[in-house]
Ligand binder design. Sequence first.
Ligand code: SF4
Length: 118
Amino acid sequence: MKGATSVKAYYHNDVAVQAWVLQGCGLKLASMQLMHVNNKFTYQGDEDYAGLLTSVDISKPVIALLPGIGAQKDSFMAMLDGDLPEIAMGGQCNSPFECEFCSFCQPDDLPELKFHRF
Ligand code: SF4
């Protein structure tokens, strides 16, 4: 389930990781579907929300990604075993999403920001 109104390509990788974990636990998956908000839905009242969410079968692209997930997992585990990478803050911190570690990575010696109203 995503709080979006369409399937973004990068959701495929999210679902592939989840599918890889579930398959590793021994579950057989009949399909991989992603549910998102239906932007054509119009609330008619009476607490009837049928149709608010819609589901899209993304099994094909997800299955194509599954073989690479194990290799990614190995590289992530190796990264977690290592030292913190020395990477300066930059555009990657806000795009495509704001990183949750900005306060951790923010240097302590930055001058305090002052905002002025015009
Ligand atoms: S804030 Fe996030 S994206 Fe930016 S350098 Fe730190 S960990 Fe990387």
